[in-house]
Design a protein around this ligand. Sequence first.
Ligand code: CTP
Ligand code: MG
Length: 394
Amino acid sequence: MSILPVPDTAIIVVAAGSGTRLDGGAPKAFVGIDAHSILRHALDGVFAASPAQVIVVAPPGYEGDAETELREAAGDRVDLGAVVTGGATRQESVAAGLAALWGDVTTVLVHDAARALTPPAVIDAVARAAKDGGVIPTLPVVDTLKKVDADVIAAAVDRAELAAAQTPQGFPRDLLVAAYATARAAGTEYTDDAALFAAAGHRVRVVAGSERGFKITTPADLERARHLLAASAPLLPRVGMGTDVHAFGGDGSLWLAGLEWPGEQALSGHSDGDAVAHAIVDALLGAAGLGDIGQHFGTAHPEYAGAHAEVFLARTRELLAAAGFAIGNVSVQFQGNRPRFSARRGEAERMLSGVLGAPVTVTATTTDGLGFPGRGEGISVMAVALVVPVAPSV
Ligand code: CTP
Ligand code: MG
């Protein structure tokens, strides 16, 4: 194990609020954005920044859950992390975090877990600037602002003089600890750490914040965070496979690969027995994570009894489109002695590709007399499909 230098910076992540305005069924920090909670995303940002002591301030009773999130975000930096219990107000929660600072720490950042998507670059910029005094990240105000008295405008406000405050807010440790002691003795509550620090007579400077540093407060904010994450997630293609087997023995003529084969023995099945089409449907549904053919077209759906490939494939294409997937291509092969396929390959591929709106290629092989396809009892098919998630609109 390598011995790392003890960091001179600490980041207190306050996560002890109840999240009344979000109303997410759990304390706000533990509400999920995607597969991960608000707290986990906030900690991912913190651990992606330069090494610092990380103190998570958890709601009473949620210390164990906070510890789990901390361990997962920290990876091999877990020794830098600790969880403490928060208080009834944000200010008390910060005070609980300050009490857990390591001796070597000279700079303290206080960060809202609720600003879960704050870029690590903002955290690093604040940490650097805080060596010289109080500093907060801000954004310019874009709205035109008015001072109002009840329902009447009392004055115009020059927005050039204003900035919207974010976190993390950074301070020299000694000055911040002293300012907190003064506020506690006076029993004064401040809206943020910068206000408390300024009230103690210190200057606070600003650095550029980020649009991604918004605070998740309401359900609409949570939606915004979800959209931002979905938009930045890599859109990887997905593969799926499907197989199908049908025995010869149905009535009428053979239907295979979307074509009718007059004079060839039919396959048996709930529908027309087109094992090539059925394998394609399973490959596509599997690739998109949409279940399987039985679920969408099985005996519980009598409207598909006797239906041909066109109907199955057109519906499958619709299901994928509704789930946000485009079809890349499908490759399918069947094993069987009959029909002799090569003469109609082009016709079958054009038909299947037309319905799916993507290239479908079909190959056929015999099995040298082996197994049930070789004995002429039926047909065995395997299909592989590639689908591509379509970028969500933000
Ligand atoms: N916070 C805290 N301890 C408190 C209150 C708030 O640690 N007693 C933290 C929250 O967890 C949040 C940050 O301070 O990360 C900003 O507070 P806010 O957005 O108001 O969160 P909540 O208080 O949880 O939400 P609400 O006011 O809607 O209940
Ligand atoms: Mg609050």
